[in-house]
Design a protein around this ligand. Structure first.
Ligand code: F6P
Length: 359
């Protein structure tokens, strides 16, 4: 028998477009079941810190407002900011928080890192957990798509289109640095959609000479401009990371590789002028595209359906055009999904003559 009376919903990790559409879908589906929904503020901190930070959500918060159509997180999120002494301590506080808030289940909207953290934290409590994948990096395992990715790809592609037009006027090669951390999905998808000449991703080694060879070919064919897309997670030719910035928990903050490439390429080749554009956090915002909203709606409804069926420790996924569920421990075990260097997107890039590195 279904014992659920109250669920929590929270967003964890870096934000992206589509989070509010997911929250809205969860609230609507849960309300239909007669459940109360607590929207937990600032990721798991709303549970683990006192006083607990949450608000009771009803469909009125969403159906009567523009929120489901907006990016950002209505609830606030926490990116790599767990101010914890140890997992054991925070798990204890999590279990106490869950009990004090009277939560029977929690819908966690997060990426691979958040799924890992919450899955570990919840081990000492009886609360049921269902995850919904979101991230512009699209590196959450098992699901083919996470909410927010397609909007980010659209933003990057539109930016590449605009950069290509100004490049034409000025005999330039435009280097566009996109996010994605250690996975090159965002760079590769937008490079293919935006018809880039060069795409560098962390999964494939490259050489500056390889890039220059491609630029020379373009010049020899009579084209006066070029487009280079680079994923923030690539290293220098020697394998060094360019950024030395750290986040609150000491992890590297990526960014700056575009500038490195600009100066290294121009030292050896200057038939083009080089300019760098870093798209930055704009990739995480904007109006969520239709496919992200479709994922949000179907994932939100599926998460509630799973909880109503008594399921626990699951993450909803998109596979072969269908919404289904995977076991959360399996997702956590799988780690981060990187670009398949033998896959269809890399193959297409190579077949189309894009320089994608030394493979
Ligand atoms: O994981 C999502 C992401 O946007 C990465 O692509 C990027 O490296 C990182 O978050 C940026 O994090 P922050 O918001 O802490 O700068």
């Amino acid at each position: 028998m279904n014992q659920i009376k109250r669920i929590g919903v929270l967003t964890s990790g870096g934000d992206c477009a589509g989070l509010n559409a997911i929250i809205s879908a969860v609230v609507e589906a849960a309300e239909k079941k007669g459940w109360e929904v607590y929207g937990i503020n600032d990721g798991t901190e709303g549970i683990t810190e006192k006083p607990h930070r949450y608000e009771v959500l009803t469909v009125k918060n969403f159906s009567d407002t523009p929120w489901p159509r907006l990016s950002g997180s209505y609830l606030g999120s926490l990116n790599k900011g767990l101010r914890i002494e140890s997992l054991e301590d925070v798990s204890k506080r999590f279990a106490i928080g869950v009990k004090e808030l009277g939560l029977d289940a929690i819908v966690v909207i997060g990426g691979d890192g958040s799924m890992n953290i919450v899955s570990n934290m919840s081990k000492g409590s009886l609360v049921k957990i269902v995850g919904i994948p979101k991230t512009i990096d699209n590196d959450t395992p098992i699901t083919e798509f996470s909410v927010g990715f397609q909007t980010a790809v659209q933003y990057c592609t539109t930016s590449i289109d605009s950069l290509e037009l100004t490049a034409r006027s000025h005999n330039r090669a435009m280097i566009t640095e996109v996010m994605g951390r250690d996975a090159g999905h965002l760079a590769l998808h937008s490079a293919l959609a935006g018809k880039a000449d060069v795409c560098l991703i962390p999964e494939i080694p490259y050489t500056i000479d390889g890039i220059i060879k491609k630029l020379k070919e373009i010049k020899a064919r009579g084209r006066n401009h070029a487009v280079i897309v680079v994923s923030e997670g690539i290293r220098t030719e020697n394998g060094d990371m360019v950024s030395s910035n750290k986040n609150m928990v000491g992890e590297a903050v990526y960014g700056g590789i575009g500038q490195y490439l600009c100066s290294e390429i121009s030292k050896r080749y200057n038939d083009f002028q080089f300019r760098v554009t870093t798209l930055g956090h704009l990739q995480r915002s904007g109006v969520p595209v239709a496919f992200d909203r479709l994922l949000a709606a179907t994932f939100g409804a599926k998460a509630v359906e799973l909880l109503a069926a008594g399921e626990d420790n699951k993450m909803v996924i998109w596979k072969d055009g269908e919404v289904s569920a995977a076991s959360l421990p399996e997702v956590v075990k799988a780690g981060t999904t990187l670009v398949d260097t033998e896959g269809k997107y890399v193959k297409a890039a190579k077949d189309l003559g894009m320089y994608i590195g030394e493979i």
